[in-house]
Design a protein around this ligand. Structure first.
Ligand code: GRF
Length: 190
């Protein structure tokens, strides 16, 4: 089996990207991250990619510039060519044309037990809900918000003393193990 090529889209600090870079480094037999794209020029995610010699590209997403962003990203994906896209803290909603083109080949990680607490501030939503457990989910991306088929979830207990910060921190640790596991699952069933 030839190694699958993964592209990661990230808007921010990229700690999930880091976990993926470590799990799927260059020349890994199952898969390798070969491209990282950000819509933010100063995203630390781009630095993380460059640090390990992975192509890091900033594509602007100007107001109303979704099509331009997606066209350029698609061109890069076809160049490689890319087998799987991982969204990791990518803070933009992609068009349905784009998500449909990548059906079954694009994953996202979300810090809640979907379908609970979709969208922004999922950790705060969980904390304010009074639930005893929350968690993280890796799911396929479809045209809805955090609504695609679930690949893998893991849960943790919300402690009485938890703040949004402490809960987010513990969730991140869980996410960093979950995302590579989910990617393995998806690629091994291909
Ligand atoms: C993570 O909590 C992820 O679940 C959510 O955005 C955050 C990104 O964090 N989609 P990082 O940039 O990977 O550190």
């Amino acid at each position: 089996m030839t190694s699958k090529k993964i592209a990661v889209l990230a808007s921010g600090r990229g700690s999930n990207l880091q976990a993926l870079l470590e799990a799927f480094p260059v020349h890994h037999t199952l898969a390798e991250i070969v491209l990282v794209i950000s819509n933010k020029p100063g995203a630390y995610a781009l630095e993380r990619a460059k640090n390990v010699g992975v192509e890091a590209v900033y594509i602007p997403w100007k107001k109303g510039g979704q099509l331009e962003f997606e066209t350029e990203a698609q061109r890069l994906f076809e160049n490689s060519p890319i087998d799987l896209i991982c969204l990791a803290g990518f803070m933009r909603l992609l068009s349905s044309e784009f998500t449909e083109r990548w059906t079954g080949k694009m994953l996202n990680i979300h810090p809640s037990l979907l379908p609970k607490f979709k969208g922004l501030k999922a950790q705060k939503q969980a904390l304010e809900s009074g639930e005893r457990y929350t968690g993280a989910t890796v799911h396929f991306v479809d045209s809805g918000l955090d609504s695609g088929e679930i690949v893998l979830q893991d849960q943790l207990e919300i402690l009485p003393e938890d703040t949004v910060e402490s809960l987010s921190e513990r969730l991140l640790l869980l996410e960093h193990a979950l995302y590579p596991d989910a990617v393995r699952r998806v690629l091994e069933r291909d």
